[in-house]
Every structure is written in C-alpha cells, then in structure tokens.
Design a protein around this ligand. Structure first.
Ligand SMILES: Cc1cc2nc3c(=O)[nH]c(=O)nc-3n(C[C@H](O)[C@H](O)[C@H](O)COP(=O)(O)OP(=O)(O)OC[C@H]3O[C@@H](n4cnc5c(N)ncnc54)[C@H](O)[C@@H]3O)c2cc1C
Ligand code: SF4
Length: 324
C-alpha cells in the first residue's frame, strides 16, 4: 500500500476545507481500505469523516433524516426505519455481514465501488480504473454484471442494496462541497456509464455526503428482496425494492419499483410503475409490468439468466405485497 497522510475531520466545514488533489474521504473504510490494499485506490491523503457529528436519525417533517456517518447496523435497527421504511431496513440488513455493517457508514455505502472482478485486479485492463484501456468483462466474466443501461465502455453494476431502496423511496442526498450545499434526488446520484465509466456518480470533487432525507413513506405495503449466490455475505444478482397500494376494488393506486444488480446505477422501474398503476392487481398485470420494464434489457451471453430472474422477482415481490 502506498504511503498516505491521514486527518480526522471534526466538522463538515473542516472536512471540505481539508480536501485537495489526491484526497479521499474515509468512512468506515470497509470498501476503500480494501481497494487501497489491492492498489485500485491510491489516495495521497485521507480525511476521515466517520466521526463527524452526522450520526443522528431523526424525524424531519413527515419524513426521516439520516446522517451520513450513521452506521449501516444503526440504520437497519432503528425503529423508524423498521416500522415506517421496512424496505430500507431490509435492504441494509441483506448487505455484507454484521461486522461490516457495524463499521460501514451510510455515505460510504452509497459510494462503494463496483465488484466487477477486472476493476479489482490492477493487472487487467478496465475503463473504469484506467479510461481508454478497454473492458475485458464484455468478452470475459460478466455473469454478475449489467443487463440494462450499459455501454461498450462498461457493463459494471452498482453493488449497494441500500441505494436501491433509496431510489424507490424518492430519497434526497444532501451534500456539501467547495461550492456550497446542494441536494441530489435519488435515483440521480449514480450515473450510467456512457462514455465515462470512470465516473460512478454526479458528485463534484470534494463534495461530502452529509445526510439522506426520506419523504413520507409510500402508501401500502413495501418489501426488499434480493437473489444472491448464498444466504449472506453476497452481493445481489438481482434485487427488487417495491411498494404497492391496492384499493378496496383491487385496483393498483400507487406502485414503486426499483431494481438492483442489473445496471451501473440503482434502476427505478418507471415503465413498470406506469404499466401497473390503474390496473387490476394480479399476476397478469404484474407480469405485463415486468415485461414492459425489461423490454430494453440487453444481456450479454453470460448473464441472460438475469432477465427471467428480474421478471420473476418483480412478480413474486408484488404478489407478496397484495392485500390479503
Ligand atoms: C465482504 C463484503 C460483502 C459486502 N456485501 C455487500 C452487500 O451485499 N450489499 C451492499 O450493499 N454492500 C455490501 N458490502 C459493501 C459495504 O456495504 C460497503 O463496503 C460499505 O457500505 C462502505 O461503507 P464505508 O463507510 O466503509 O465506506 P468507505 O469504504 O470508507 O468509503 C467508500 C467510498 O465512499 C467515499 N465516502 C465515504 N463516506 C463519504 C461521505 N460521507 N461523503 C463522500 N464520500 C464518502 C470514500 O471516499 C470511498 O470512495 C460488502 C462489503 C464487504 C467487505
Ligand atoms: S465492466 Fe466496467 S468495471 Fe468491469 S472491466 Fe469493464 S470497464 Fe472495468
């Protein structure tokens, strides 16, 4: 690992002021330190933001405000998250392991890097790590990679489960940077690869995530379901965050759907939402909605299985959310 300088920030202004060329913010370090050990990340200077006074989870009007330094385990266990935003609490709980969740912060979770095997191996080409060097995943190991929104430059997926729930919940990400504060709507923090796969997000240099704000919970029942290779300690092959409100006569009044494991960003399934809203809730309508969303899926030879997996998972989660 390369030598680097380390500072612990006391407040947000100090963290941002301390950010210069070669600097990276350090949350719990559960992703960044691994990448430093692998030689993928080589910061010259770390500004530790994990001890900033951003550890509160508090009511905010009819919503919830979550500080960026809140640990994943604290968020998953918080009564407001469990009772009012079960899809979020569940999404966080399906990620990593208890030990990792105790260290990992909300801000760091959103900004964790892809698990594409070539990105993590500095002996291989990778447009995300070294722009212009190529994307060996396209002809190589892309079994777990994207089926929607990818380009010939990059087929990586975003690994965060929490981000998928935040995309379905219309969360807002509050950031402070050298040019001041701004608010970024979810989905919208993460970008599709386009011709610049080295840019995961729309954040500008030095911007620090300070909080997540959730609006009031969506009406109806909600859930997060994740298909993975083993029951814990595994990233999503496909995941679905969903909320469904069905009226007394069986019509879908409101529907939220977001997918994980399928794209470079958490994927808000707006076509499916539109196809479903106003329809009679049931297996046929759920299947039509899933098909509408996946019509543009463009899998690679090794990840075609994800299309029926995503379709079946959408239908299964919606079925589970039907009123009994
Ligand atoms: C074995 C293993 C399995 C895992 N499985 C899953 C899984 O299934 N699902 C899942 O979602 N995650 C999973 N994770 C990832 C884990 O959730 C992330 O490592 C963790 O959330 C990152 O949080 P952190 O605070 O440690 O971030 P760090 O590693 O400290 O930082 C990550 C990135 O965020 C930046 N950063 C940190 N805080 C801020 C901030 N406030 N503002 C701006 N930039 C910031 C850093 O500069 C860095 O680029 C797994 C991790 C491991 C090690
Ligand atoms: S998919 Fe993206 S991250 Fe993976 S090798 Fe290609 S460019 Fe790199």
């Amino acid at each position: 690992m390369k030598t680097f300088a380390y500072d612990r920030a006391r407040d947000v202004a100090g963290a941002v002021a301390g950010f210069g060329p070669g600097t990276m913010y350090l949350g719990g370090g559960t992703n960044l330190v691994d990448l430093m050990r692998l030689g993928v990340a080589e910061p010259e200077h770390l500004v530790d933001v994990s001890k900033l006074p951003l550890r509160a989870i508090e009511a905010d009007g009819d919503g919830l405000r979550i500080g960026a330094a809140v640990r994943n385990s604290e968020l998953a266990a918080h009564p407001a998250a469990r009772e009012r935003y079960p899809m979020l609490a569940r999404a966080v709980l399906t990620g990593a392991s208890g030990q990792v969740r105790n260290m990992a912060t909300v801000g760091g979770n959103l900004l964790q890097r892809t698990r594409c095997p070539y990105f993590q191996d500095v002996t291989k080409a990778c447009n995300k790590r070294r722009p212009g060097s190529g994307c060996p995943a396209i002809d190589g190991d892309h079994r777990n990679l994207a089926i929607i929104g990818h380009t010939s430059q990059c087929v990586a997926t975003h690994p965060s489960d929490m981000a998928v729930a935040l995309a379905a919940l219309d969360a807002r990400v509050h950031v402070t940077g050298p040019e001041g504060e701004r608010v970024i709507a979810m989905p919208g923090l993460h970008r599709l690869p386009g011709s610049e796969p080295d840019r995961d997000t729309v954040l500008r240099p030095g911007e620090l995530i300070t909080a997540i704000r959730l609006p009031a919970p969506p009406p109806g029942a909600s859930a997060y379901r994740k298909v993975r290779e083993r029951a814990s300690f595994a990233f999503a092959l496909v995941s679905v965050a969903a909320a469904l409100e069905v009226t007394g006569d069986g019509t879908v009044r409101d529907c939220r759907l977001a997918l994980g494991g399928v794209a470079h960003a958490p994927w808000r399934a707006r076509r499916a939402e539109e196809a479903l809203t106003g329809q009679r809730a049931g297996e046929d309508a759920f299947r039509r909605a899933a098909d509408a969303e996946l019509a543009d899926a463009d899998p690679l030879p090794g990840n075609r299985y994800k299309v029926p997996m995503a379709r079946n998972l959408i239908v299964a989660v919606l079925r589970e959310l039907m009123p009994r």
